[in-house]
Ligand binder design. Structure first.
Ligand code: PLP
Length: 387
Protein backbone atom coordinates (compact mmCIF):
# COMPACT_ATOMS: atom_id res chain seq x y z
CA UNK A 1 0.00 0.00 0.00
CA UNK A 2 1.44 3.40 -0.95
CA UNK A 3 1.66 5.97 1.85
CA UNK A 4 -0.36 8.33 -0.31
CA UNK A 5 -3.43 6.25 0.48
CA UNK A 6 -2.80 6.31 4.24
CA UNK A 7 -4.23 8.61 6.85
CA UNK A 8 -2.35 11.24 8.83
CA UNK A 9 -1.60 9.18 11.95
CA UNK A 10 -0.22 6.38 9.80
CA UNK A 11 1.91 8.86 7.85
CA UNK A 12 3.40 10.25 11.07
CA UNK A 13 4.41 6.73 12.12
CA UNK A 14 5.70 5.36 8.81
CA UNK A 15 6.66 8.09 6.36
CA UNK A 16 10.39 8.54 5.72
CA UNK A 17 11.43 5.48 7.75
CA UNK A 18 13.27 2.75 5.87
CA UNK A 19 14.21 0.07 8.45
CA UNK A 20 15.44 -2.32 5.76
CA UNK A 21 18.10 0.26 4.83
CA UNK A 22 18.97 0.86 8.50
CA UNK A 23 20.00 -2.67 9.50
CA UNK A 24 16.43 -3.11 10.74
CA UNK A 25 16.62 -0.22 13.22
CA UNK A 26 13.19 1.30 13.71
CA UNK A 27 14.36 4.92 13.75
CA UNK A 28 16.56 6.44 11.05
CA UNK A 29 19.84 6.76 12.97
CA UNK A 30 21.53 10.07 13.62
CA UNK A 31 24.18 10.55 10.95
CA UNK A 32 26.85 12.68 12.61
CA UNK A 33 28.60 13.53 9.45
CA UNK A 34 30.56 16.18 7.64
CA UNK A 35 32.79 14.24 5.21
CA UNK A 36 31.42 11.49 3.01
CA UNK A 37 33.92 9.12 1.43
CA UNK A 38 33.65 7.94 -2.19
CA UNK A 39 35.05 4.80 -3.81
CA UNK A 40 36.00 6.56 -7.04
CA UNK A 41 35.66 9.84 -8.91
CA UNK A 42 32.83 8.29 -10.85
CA UNK A 43 31.08 7.38 -7.60
CA UNK A 44 31.62 10.94 -6.32
CA UNK A 45 30.15 12.45 -9.49
CA UNK A 46 27.10 10.15 -9.46
CA UNK A 47 26.41 10.90 -5.83
CA UNK A 48 26.78 14.66 -6.44
CA UNK A 49 24.23 14.45 -9.23
CA UNK A 50 21.76 13.01 -6.70
CA UNK A 51 22.79 15.35 -3.90
CA UNK A 52 19.27 16.15 -2.72
CA UNK A 53 18.46 12.51 -2.02
CA UNK A 54 21.89 11.03 -1.25
CA UNK A 55 24.48 12.04 1.27
CA UNK A 56 27.40 13.96 -0.27
CA UNK A 57 28.35 16.23 2.63
CA UNK A 58 26.74 16.74 6.05
CA UNK A 59 25.37 20.24 5.42
CA UNK A 60 23.48 19.23 2.26
CA UNK A 61 21.46 16.51 3.97
CA UNK A 62 21.67 13.05 5.56
CA UNK A 63 19.31 10.07 5.66
CA UNK A 64 18.17 11.45 9.05
CA UNK A 65 17.14 14.81 7.62
CA UNK A 66 15.72 13.28 4.43
CA UNK A 67 13.47 11.03 6.58
CA UNK A 68 12.10 13.91 8.65
CA UNK A 69 11.68 16.11 5.57
CA UNK A 70 9.78 13.37 3.77
CA UNK A 71 7.46 12.80 6.73
CA UNK A 72 6.53 16.46 7.30
CA UNK A 73 6.04 17.28 3.64
CA UNK A 74 3.88 14.23 3.06
CA UNK A 75 1.81 15.07 6.12
CA UNK A 76 1.19 18.67 5.10
CA UNK A 77 0.80 17.99 1.39
CA UNK A 78 3.90 19.84 0.21
CA UNK A 79 6.49 18.65 -2.30
CA UNK A 80 9.64 18.53 -0.18
CA UNK A 81 11.03 20.08 2.98
CA UNK A 82 14.32 21.63 4.06
CA UNK A 83 15.70 21.61 7.60
CA UNK A 84 17.21 24.67 9.27
CA UNK A 85 18.97 25.27 12.60
CA UNK A 86 15.90 26.97 14.11
CA UNK A 87 12.43 28.16 13.21
CA UNK A 88 13.78 31.67 12.78
CA UNK A 89 16.59 30.30 10.62
CA UNK A 90 14.02 28.72 8.29
CA UNK A 91 12.05 32.00 8.16
CA UNK A 92 15.02 34.23 7.39
CA UNK A 93 16.54 31.88 4.80
CA UNK A 94 13.18 31.61 3.03
CA UNK A 95 12.66 35.38 2.91
CA UNK A 96 16.22 36.02 1.75
CA UNK A 97 15.82 33.44 -0.97
CA UNK A 98 12.48 34.75 -2.26
CA UNK A 99 13.27 38.48 -2.10
CA UNK A 100 15.86 40.79 -3.63
CA UNK A 101 16.77 44.50 -3.47
CA UNK A 102 13.85 46.67 -4.60
CA UNK A 103 11.18 44.10 -3.68
CA UNK A 104 8.25 44.69 -1.36
CA UNK A 105 7.06 42.33 1.37
CA UNK A 106 3.58 42.28 2.93
CA UNK A 107 3.96 41.04 6.49
CA UNK A 108 1.20 40.31 9.00
CA UNK A 109 1.32 42.80 11.88
CA UNK A 110 0.93 40.09 14.53
CA UNK A 111 3.97 38.13 13.39
CA UNK A 112 6.43 36.52 15.82
CA UNK A 113 8.59 39.41 17.13
CA UNK A 114 12.02 38.26 15.88
CA UNK A 115 10.58 37.82 12.36
CA UNK A 116 9.49 41.45 12.53
CA UNK A 117 12.94 42.50 13.72
CA UNK A 118 14.52 40.65 10.80
CA UNK A 119 12.34 42.63 8.36
CA UNK A 120 12.92 45.97 10.08
CA UNK A 121 16.63 45.62 10.82
CA UNK A 122 18.04 43.28 8.17
CA UNK A 123 15.81 43.20 5.07
CA UNK A 124 15.64 47.01 5.15
CA UNK A 125 19.45 47.16 4.92
CA UNK A 126 19.27 45.24 1.64
CA UNK A 127 16.65 47.50 0.06
CA UNK A 128 13.61 45.31 0.76
CA UNK A 129 10.63 47.27 2.08
CA UNK A 130 8.08 45.74 4.46
CA UNK A 131 4.47 46.87 4.90
CA UNK A 132 2.58 45.42 7.86
CA UNK A 133 -1.06 44.44 7.35
CA UNK A 134 -3.88 43.70 9.77
CA UNK A 135 -4.28 39.94 10.39
CA UNK A 136 -7.99 39.94 9.54
CA UNK A 137 -7.51 41.73 6.21
CA UNK A 138 -8.57 38.73 4.07
CA UNK A 139 -9.18 39.49 0.41
CA UNK A 140 -8.65 43.23 1.02
CA UNK A 141 -4.93 42.43 0.97
CA UNK A 142 -5.35 43.23 -2.75
CA UNK A 143 -5.44 46.95 -1.87
CA UNK A 144 -1.93 46.75 -0.39
CA UNK A 145 -0.29 44.90 -3.25
CA UNK A 146 2.28 47.00 -5.10
CA UNK A 147 3.96 46.36 -8.42
CA UNK A 148 7.07 45.10 -6.67
CA UNK A 149 5.31 42.98 -4.00
CA UNK A 150 6.88 39.52 -4.17
CA UNK A 151 5.88 37.82 -0.92
CA UNK A 152 2.88 37.89 1.41
CA UNK A 153 3.78 36.44 4.77
CA UNK A 154 1.15 35.03 7.13
CA UNK A 155 1.19 33.59 10.63
CA UNK A 156 -2.08 31.99 11.60
CA UNK A 157 -3.15 32.07 14.30
CA UNK A 158 -0.85 34.86 15.46
CA UNK A 159 1.22 33.17 18.15
CA UNK A 160 0.55 35.88 20.74
CA UNK A 161 -2.86 37.27 19.86
CA UNK A 162 -4.38 34.31 17.98
CA UNK A 163 -6.15 36.02 15.06
CA UNK A 164 -6.99 33.39 12.42
CA UNK A 165 -6.15 34.59 8.92
CA UNK A 166 -8.23 33.90 5.82
CA UNK A 167 -5.39 32.13 4.03
CA UNK A 168 -7.41 30.96 0.98
CA UNK A 169 -8.59 34.55 0.32
CA UNK A 170 -5.09 35.98 0.74
CA UNK A 171 -3.53 33.28 -1.47
CA UNK A 172 -6.10 33.87 -4.19
CA UNK A 173 -5.24 37.57 -4.36
CA UNK A 174 -1.50 36.86 -4.13
CA UNK A 175 -1.47 34.38 -6.98
CA UNK A 176 -3.34 36.77 -9.30
CA UNK A 177 -0.15 38.90 -9.18
CA UNK A 178 2.34 36.01 -9.11
CA UNK A 179 3.16 36.72 -5.46
CA UNK A 180 4.35 33.87 -3.22
CA UNK A 181 2.57 33.12 0.05
CA UNK A 182 4.76 32.12 2.97
CA UNK A 183 3.11 30.99 6.19
CA UNK A 184 4.38 30.32 9.69
CA UNK A 185 2.29 27.21 10.44
CA UNK A 186 3.94 26.35 13.75
CA UNK A 187 0.76 26.60 15.86
CA UNK A 188 -1.28 24.07 13.89
CA UNK A 189 1.64 21.83 12.78
CA UNK A 190 1.44 19.85 9.49
CA UNK A 191 -1.33 17.79 11.11
CA UNK A 192 -3.96 20.45 11.76
CA UNK A 193 -3.52 22.94 8.89
CA UNK A 194 -2.91 21.62 5.38
CA UNK A 195 -1.42 24.84 4.09
CA UNK A 196 -0.81 23.70 0.51
CA UNK A 197 -4.47 22.97 -0.08
CA UNK A 198 -5.19 26.57 0.98
CA UNK A 199 -2.73 28.11 -1.49
CA UNK A 200 0.44 28.48 0.58
CA UNK A 201 3.76 28.21 -1.33
CA UNK A 202 6.14 27.79 1.61
CA UNK A 203 5.03 26.58 5.03
CA UNK A 204 7.44 27.15 7.88
CA UNK A 205 7.62 25.33 11.18
CA UNK A 206 9.52 26.14 14.31
CA UNK A 207 10.04 22.41 14.85
CA UNK A 208 11.53 23.53 18.15
CA UNK A 209 7.89 23.44 19.34
CA UNK A 210 5.52 20.50 18.76
CA UNK A 211 7.54 18.54 16.19
CA UNK A 212 10.50 17.88 18.49
CA UNK A 213 8.04 18.22 21.37
CA UNK A 214 10.34 17.95 24.39
CA UNK A 215 11.78 21.49 24.77
CA UNK A 216 15.27 20.16 24.19
CA UNK A 217 16.14 21.09 20.60
CA UNK A 218 16.24 24.04 18.22
CA UNK A 219 15.06 23.12 14.72
CA UNK A 220 13.28 24.73 11.77
CA UNK A 221 11.66 23.27 8.68
CA UNK A 222 10.49 24.94 5.46
CA UNK A 223 8.09 22.85 3.37
CA UNK A 224 7.68 23.98 -0.24
CA UNK A 225 5.86 23.45 -3.48
CA UNK A 226 7.62 21.63 -6.31
CA UNK A 227 8.02 24.95 -8.14
CA UNK A 228 10.08 26.50 -5.35
CA UNK A 229 11.92 23.51 -3.92
CA UNK A 230 15.15 23.55 -5.93
CA UNK A 231 15.80 27.28 -5.72
CA UNK A 232 15.07 27.34 -1.98
CA UNK A 233 17.18 24.26 -1.28
CA UNK A 234 20.12 25.63 -3.25
CA UNK A 235 19.86 28.98 -1.46
CA UNK A 236 19.62 27.33 1.97
CA UNK A 237 22.86 25.52 1.09
CA UNK A 238 24.48 28.80 0.02
CA UNK A 239 23.44 30.42 3.32
CA UNK A 240 24.96 27.48 5.21
CA UNK A 241 21.52 26.75 6.64
CA UNK A 242 20.98 23.16 7.79
CA UNK A 243 19.73 21.26 10.83
CA UNK A 244 22.23 19.86 13.34
CA UNK A 245 22.45 16.06 13.40
CA UNK A 246 21.07 15.55 16.93
CA UNK A 247 18.31 18.13 16.46
CA UNK A 248 17.19 16.57 13.21
CA UNK A 249 17.20 13.19 14.96
CA UNK A 250 14.99 14.72 17.71
CA UNK A 251 12.59 16.04 15.08
CA UNK A 252 12.49 12.62 13.44
CA UNK A 253 11.60 11.00 16.76
CA UNK A 254 9.10 13.70 17.64
CA UNK A 255 7.10 13.41 14.44
CA UNK A 256 6.25 9.77 15.27
CA UNK A 257 4.26 10.75 18.36
CA UNK A 258 3.00 14.15 17.17
CA UNK A 259 -0.59 13.02 16.56
CA UNK A 260 -0.96 11.44 20.00
CA UNK A 261 0.61 14.40 21.79
CA UNK A 262 -1.41 16.99 19.89
CA UNK A 263 -4.67 15.18 20.56
CA UNK A 264 -3.92 15.38 24.27
CA UNK A 265 -2.75 19.02 24.12
CA UNK A 266 -5.98 19.90 22.32
CA UNK A 267 -8.24 17.98 24.71
CA UNK A 268 -6.59 19.53 27.77
CA UNK A 269 -6.54 23.02 26.23
CA UNK A 270 -10.23 22.96 25.34
CA UNK A 271 -11.13 21.87 28.87
CA UNK A 272 -8.99 24.59 30.45
CA UNK A 273 -10.19 27.24 27.98
CA UNK A 274 -13.85 26.49 28.76
CA UNK A 275 -13.13 26.58 32.49
CA UNK A 276 -11.28 29.89 32.17
CA UNK A 277 -14.04 31.37 30.03
CA UNK A 278 -16.50 30.83 32.87
CA UNK A 279 -14.17 32.23 35.52
CA UNK A 280 -15.21 35.52 37.15
CA UNK A 281 -11.65 36.90 37.03
CA UNK A 282 -11.20 36.25 33.31
CA UNK A 283 -12.28 38.91 30.82
CA UNK A 284 -11.61 36.88 27.69
CA UNK A 285 -10.07 33.65 26.43
CA UNK A 286 -8.61 33.94 22.94
CA UNK A 287 -8.49 30.43 21.52
CA UNK A 288 -9.72 29.65 17.98
CA UNK A 289 -11.76 26.49 18.84
CA UNK A 290 -13.98 28.55 21.17
CA UNK A 291 -17.23 29.81 19.65
CA UNK A 292 -16.44 33.22 21.18
CA UNK A 293 -13.29 33.59 19.05
CA UNK A 294 -13.84 36.34 16.42
CA UNK A 295 -12.59 34.15 13.55
CA UNK A 296 -14.00 30.87 14.85
CA UNK A 297 -15.86 30.30 11.56
CA UNK A 298 -12.62 30.52 9.55
CA UNK A 299 -10.93 28.18 12.03
CA UNK A 300 -13.77 25.65 11.67
CA UNK A 301 -13.65 25.93 7.89
CA UNK A 302 -9.88 25.55 7.42
CA UNK A 303 -8.30 23.81 10.41
CA UNK A 304 -8.47 20.15 11.41
CA UNK A 305 -7.67 20.76 15.07
CA UNK A 306 -6.02 23.04 17.61
CA UNK A 307 -2.81 22.95 19.55
CA UNK A 308 -2.43 23.95 23.20
CA UNK A 309 -1.46 27.63 22.96
CA UNK A 310 -3.99 30.35 23.88
CA UNK A 311 -4.33 33.91 25.10
CA UNK A 312 -6.16 34.91 28.28
CA UNK A 313 -7.13 38.45 29.29
CA UNK A 314 -7.44 38.81 33.04
CA UNK A 315 -10.15 40.99 34.57
CA UNK A 316 -7.97 43.57 36.27
CA UNK A 317 -6.52 46.98 35.53
CA UNK A 318 -3.39 46.30 37.52
CA UNK A 319 -0.15 44.95 36.12
CA UNK A 320 0.78 43.90 39.68
CA UNK A 321 -2.26 41.58 39.77
CA UNK A 322 -1.04 39.86 36.62
CA UNK A 323 2.48 39.58 38.03
CA UNK A 324 1.18 38.11 41.32
CA UNK A 325 -1.03 35.67 39.42
CA UNK A 326 1.89 34.43 37.32
CA UNK A 327 4.33 34.27 40.22
CA UNK A 328 1.94 32.16 42.30
CA UNK A 329 1.58 29.37 39.75
CA UNK A 330 3.42 26.17 40.53
CA UNK A 331 2.65 23.89 37.56
CA UNK A 332 2.68 26.59 34.89
CA UNK A 333 6.30 27.67 34.73
CA UNK A 334 7.34 31.01 33.26
CA UNK A 335 9.11 30.39 30.00
CA UNK A 336 9.37 31.49 26.40
CA UNK A 337 8.52 28.92 23.79
CA UNK A 338 5.84 26.25 23.78
CA UNK A 339 5.07 22.91 22.15
CA UNK A 340 6.86 20.78 24.75
CA UNK A 341 5.00 18.40 27.06
CA UNK A 342 4.84 20.92 29.90
CA UNK A 343 2.51 23.81 30.71
CA UNK A 344 3.97 27.29 30.43
CA UNK A 345 2.91 30.89 30.97
CA UNK A 346 4.21 34.23 29.77
CA UNK A 347 2.89 37.79 30.11
CA UNK A 348 2.21 39.05 26.61
CA UNK A 349 3.24 42.67 27.24
CA UNK A 350 6.88 41.59 27.52
CA UNK A 351 7.08 40.14 24.05
CA UNK A 352 4.43 41.70 21.82
CA UNK A 353 5.54 44.11 19.13
CA UNK A 354 2.13 44.50 17.43
CA UNK A 355 1.29 47.99 16.35
CA UNK A 356 -2.46 47.63 16.61
CA UNK A 357 -4.88 47.27 19.52
CA UNK A 358 -3.84 44.82 22.20
CA UNK A 359 -5.01 44.46 25.79
CA UNK A 360 -1.34 44.16 26.61
CA UNK A 361 -1.18 44.68 30.32
CA UNK A 362 -3.82 42.13 31.22
CA UNK A 363 -2.99 39.50 28.65
CA UNK A 364 -1.13 36.29 29.34
CA UNK A 365 -0.27 33.39 27.06
CA UNK A 366 -0.78 29.85 28.28
CA UNK A 367 0.69 26.72 26.82
CA UNK A 368 -1.40 23.79 28.00
CA UNK A 369 0.78 20.74 28.48
CA UNK A 370 0.13 17.08 29.10
CA UNK A 371 -0.37 17.25 32.88
CA UNK A 372 -3.69 16.25 34.45
CA UNK A 373 -6.22 19.06 33.90
CA UNK A 374 -7.50 18.70 37.48
CA UNK A 375 -4.06 19.70 38.75
CA UNK A 376 -3.77 22.56 36.25
CA UNK A 377 -7.15 23.93 37.31
CA UNK A 378 -6.19 23.67 40.99
CA UNK A 379 -2.98 25.59 40.24
CA UNK A 380 -4.81 28.31 38.29
CA UNK A 381 -7.59 28.58 40.89
CA UNK A 382 -5.01 29.09 43.64
CA UNK A 383 -3.27 31.83 41.61
CA UNK A 384 -6.60 33.62 41.01
CA UNK A 385 -6.94 34.10 44.77
CA UNK A 386 -3.84 36.34 44.60
CA UNK A 387 -5.78 39.22 43.08
C1 PLP B 1 5.31 31.32 15.87
C2 PLP B 1 6.77 31.15 15.97
N1 PLP B 1 7.48 31.11 14.85
C3 PLP B 1 8.82 30.96 14.86
C4 PLP B 1 9.49 30.87 16.04
C5 PLP B 1 10.99 30.75 16.03
O1 PLP B 1 11.38 29.45 16.28
P1 PLP B 1 12.83 29.15 16.88
O2 PLP B 1 12.78 29.55 18.31
O3 PLP B 1 13.00 27.69 16.65
O4 PLP B 1 13.80 29.98 16.11
C6 PLP B 1 8.80 30.89 17.25
C7 PLP B 1 9.52 30.76 18.55
O5 PLP B 1 8.98 31.05 19.59
C8 PLP B 1 7.39 31.05 17.21
O6 PLP B 1 6.66 31.11 18.33
Amino acid sequence: MSLKSKNDKTITVHSGRKPSEQNGAVNPPSYRCSTVLYGSINDMQTTYNNRFTQMIYGRIGTPTSFALEEAVSELEGGYRAICAPSGLGAITATLLSLLKAGDHLLMVDTVYGPTREFCDDILSKYGIKTTYYHPTIGKNIAELIQENTKVIYCESPGSLTFEVQDIPAISKEAHKSNIKVVMDNTWATPLYFKSFSHGVDVSIHAATKYITGHSDAMLGIAITTEELYLSLKEDFIKFGTCGGSEEVYSGGKGIRTLAARLEMHQKNAIEIALWLERHEKVAKVIYPPLKSHPQHDIFERDFLGASGLMGVVLKTESEADVTNFINSLKLFNIGFSWGGYESLIIPVWHISRNTYELEQNQMIRLHIGLEDTKDMIKDLENAFTKF
